[in-house]
Design a protein around this ligand. Structure first.
Ligand code: SAH
Length: 217
């Protein structure tokens, strides 16, 4: 086992499994994906630490535990079509690519999107489609989605995202203030867009979701 693999196994054990994430597919994906390749070389020794890290452009790669909690909440079985908002480093995107059939990801900052694309291609994730733009509009041409995951904090739940959720589909999103939010899972129960179940998954702290249905810059 190489040193990074050893660090990943330890990360999953001590930060993720021990805190209650039990979905075996999620745990396996996190043991597999080389998180250290999604950050700058200067931070490589911190790649498997229990915290977010800067990725440039004033953005961060999310804490591994948060990635695990959000991914588990999507309850992916392998056949799903998933939309991600906030590609960032592309790390969460790689986890989704392991667990779902098709992954669409939107990133506001083109530099981050192109860096993420490069790493994902180097790891063989050719089927992921990344687009640069304001993800709060969703991706209507590809809707409906079985899962939508938002890795930036929003003042409200962007309505287009609920509209683009398949019946039975799940949206995982941090909602609240600019500096702290609550993580919600929203499950669409019927064709009626108002007919949703909303579950509180706990407190969190994300960078801002900036866009038409998010925060103003
Ligand atoms: N999952 C990523 C998280 C990156 S931080 C990772 O672990 O690396 C959140 C990202 O959301 C940032 O890259 C930011 O630029 C992006 N973002 C913010 N508002 C957005 C919007 N409206 N549409 C798409 N991306 C957005």
């Amino acid at each position: 086992m190489d040193r990074f693999k050893r660090q990943r196994v330890k990360m999953v054990d001590s930060q993720i499994r021990s805190r209650g994430v039990a979905d075996i597919r999620v745990l396996k994906a996190m043991e597999k994906i080389p998180r250290h390749l999604f950050i700058d070389e200067g931070l490589i020794d911190q790649a498997y630490n229990d915290n977010p890290l800067p990725i440039g452009e004033r953005q961060t790669i999310s804490q591994p535990y948060m990635v695990a909690v959000m991914t588990e909440a999507l309850e992916l079985q392998g056949s799903e079509k998933v939309l991600e908002l906030g590609t960032g480093s592309g790390y969460q995107t790689a986890i989704l690519a392991e667990l779902a059939e098709r992954v669409f990801s939107i990133e506001r900052i083109s530099l981050l999107a192109s860096k993420a694309r490069k790493v994902l291609e180097s790891l063989g994730y050719f089927s992921v489609v990344i687009r640069v733009g304001d993800g709060t509009y969703g991706w209507s041409e590809e809707a409906p989605f079985d899962g939508i995951i938002v890795s930036a904090g929003s003042p409200d739940i962007p309505r287009p995202l609920v509209e683009q959720l398949a019946v039975g589909g799940r949206l995982v999103i941090p909602v609240g203030g600019r500096y702290s939010q609550t993580l919600y899972r929203v499950t669409r129960l019927s064709e009626n867009v108002e007919d949703v179940k909303k579950e509180d998954l706990g407190g969190c702290r994300f960078v801002n979701l900036i866009g038409e249905h998010g925060w103003r810059e």
